[in-house]
Design a protein around this ligand. Sequence first.
Ligand SMILES: Cc1cc2nc3c(=O)[nH]c(=O)nc-3n(C[C@H](O)[C@H](O)[C@H](O)COP(=O)(O)O)c2cc1C
Length: 314
Amino acid sequence: MQNRVTEILGTRYPLIQAPMNWLTDARLVAAVTNAGGLGTFGPNAGRDSLAQNGMEIMEHQIKMAQKLTNGPIAMTLGLNPQGEDQSYAQQVLERSLALGIRYFLVGGEPDETIYHEVKEAGATLIARSYNPTPAEAQRQVELGADLIVATGYDEGGVIPTHGNGTFTTVPRIADAVSIPVLAAGGINDVRGVRAAMALGAEGVFVGSRFLVTQEARTAPVTKQKIMASTAEDLLLVAPNQRSLRNRRMEELANQFRDGDHTTFHKTRELGGVRPAMLQGELEVGEISVNTGLDLIQTEPTVAELINDLMQDFH
Ligand SMILES: Cc1cc2nc3c(=O)[nH]c(=O)nc-3n(C[C@H](O)[C@H](O)[C@H](O)COP(=O)(O)O)c2cc1C
């Protein structure tokens, strides 16, 4: 069943696999695209350590994915706050365009120059605010966005500091713009997809659920830990970061509760999601997953998962 999102993306289903730092690669991205969604490279896709050259790995990953699928593939451009240097996103954009990428997930406050360059290249721009508001969504449309992602506090990854949940964020953003909106944050099964559509979304943007799929590069022990955990195991370790419980994260959660405002920075110093989620060092770093993780109890193939999530669109 086609709708405005599938027409814009050139996909069978209105589903985007969300970027996840360190945890995407050519295999996952191509599997999503081959199963009818839009596979999206996140930061550090396919990279194993900071010692490796990030740009070279990125180019290699794009070429590998293009060998595995003929369908559309997206690249993430993570923007810094307005007024700060955007040269890294600029470089990722230029190199991705040169390799034929025509879909960009642009995260952060809208930047006039980057938006203009994506649109000038004839590419599709999917805009995702880190703290979505109707005003920012309207600005994204003004600057040429083709699709808007409305993300609620339920999500995995860096969470919106305003604390508004997916259930209230999606209709608010859908009412503010006339272009299609995709819902993000806590969508782990078909009930989440149906709820998103009922709230006015025309597609879904799914991250955490893909962490536990056969093709995901998440460490096997971390997949097991996610499947064995529930929302009660999540700790708020910073205003914009949750993690599954481990010794180090309990310390950070306590420091945060006692008024320490540097705990987000501390999660970054520990390596972010890389040690625990990619390398399986469960006691060392953060394990970031959405608040609906009780629903993540199996490790399907990407095709099985997408088939199930998209059962109303067959
Ligand atoms: C482990 C993990 C890492 C993430 N890393 C990034 C990132 O680097 N950049 C980004 O824009 N979003 C990142 N996200 C957020 C996702 O792109 C997406 O917004 C989110 O996963 C959607 O909500 P869900 O997890 O409930 O499906 C990350 C999410 C997770 C779970």
